[in-house]
Write a protein that binds this ligand. Structure first.
Ligand SMILES: [Zn+2]
Length: 122
């Protein structure tokens, strides 16, 4: 039994990739926002925006936070309104991600993989 509904998680998943301005609002290290935090649904760590040191960039406006722990683009900022501090939330998001990857039916995943190989050489 999941704590969160699948549709809710899918919505949250989008916030890790498509709403980049929003991610930046809570994760941009230079704008140190007290009380804001980020969660990574890949390694499931929770950390402060200031811990993010690396960014993946493409074009002039697509900027994504790289998780300071695992180096993946799988960070969601608390500004998204999702409970990024809840480890269960990150866990379920991770499971959903793995499921989507299995189905290979989501364009987001293609983008995800593109970025993954783009900046980290994975
Ligand atoms: Zn991570």
């Amino acid at each position: 039994m999941s704590k969160y509904e699948t549709e809710y998680l899918k919505e949250a998943f989008k916030h890790s990739r498509l709403h980049k301005q929003e991610i930046l609002q809570s994760c941009k290290p230079r704008v140190f926002l007290r009380g804001e935090s980020c969660g990574c649904f890949n390694c499931k760590k929770i950390f402060k925006p200031a811990e993010i040191k690396e960014w993946a960039e493409e074009g002039n406006f697509m900027i994504n936070a790289l998780c300071p722990h695992c180096g993946m683009i799988s960070v969601i900022g608390s500004k998204s309104g999702f409970p990024v501090n809840d480890s269960e939330f990150l866990e379920e998001l991770n499971l959903l991600f793995l499921e989507l990857e299995k189905e290979k039916d989501v364009n987001l995943l293609n983008e995800f993989n593109k970025f993954r190989s783009h900046d980290r050489g994975y």
